[in-house]
Design a protein around this ligand. Structure first.
Ligand SMILES: C[S@@+](CC[C@H](N)C(=O)[O-])C[C@H]1O[C@@H](n2cnc3c(N)ncnc32)[C@H](O)[C@@H]1O
Length: 165
């Protein structure tokens, strides 16, 4: 099991915020200041230079999502976090961005990272709290399996190119 963390700034609609729900079930540790995010965490940053891969398994003890609205998401001041990772091509299953690539909710992003790092059961446990959640795994079944079997980020990008050309 990998610890899950979210930095939440309350810019999301609280009724739709996926982290709020995970917090209610005690499945995630929420911090209110970015400085409280451990520097050792794997930080999910869609603008990161490097893509996550199973090679990260050997050092990851926690995964952190930046849980804010896409409109205010600012990743320009994240230099102190050296382990920032983008997710590869995956499609959202949530009702707000259904079918859109790369624009995942926090729970989808955390679940994708868990599957790639070999923790599928934990991914299922967090997704099943949402009525559309498990659909994320179904919709992305094939790429997720290939990503989870990749050796490193170079292989991840090779797999991704099968999907986005
Ligand atoms: C911008 S917030 C939006 C939260 C959403 N309103 C919710 O309720 O879940 C989504 C967060 O998930 C992570 N995330 C989503 N898509 C990602 C991707 N393609 N690569 C890396 N992280 C991603 C990032 O931490 C991002 O800041």
């Amino acid at each position: 099991m990998i610890s899950l963390i979210a930095f939440r700034d309350n810019s999301c609609d609280p009724k739709k915020c996926t982290v709020k729900k995970l917090e209610k079930f005690g499945m995630i540790n929420v911090v209110k200041k970015i400085t409280q995010v451990p520097k050792t965490t794997l930080l999910l940053d869609p603008t990161a230079e490097y893509v996550i891969s199973p090679a990260d398994k050997k050092w990851v003890t926690s995964i952190t999502a930046l849980d804010c609205s896409w409109v205010v998401l600012d990743t320009t001041n994240l230099n102190p976090w050296k382990n920032r990772r983008a997710l590869p091509f995956l499609v959202a299953a949530n009702p707000v961005n259904f079918g859109k690539p790369f624009t995942l909710t926090s729970v989808e992003a955390l679940a994708a990272a868990l599957v790639i790092l070999g923790e599928k059961e934990q991914a299922v446990r967090i997704l099943e709290k949402f009525n559309w959640g498990l659909n994320f795994l179904k919709l992305n079944e094939e790429p997720l399996e290939e990503y989870a079997n990749a050796k490193d980020s170079a292989e991840m990008l090779k797999v991704q190119s099968e999907y986005i050309g």
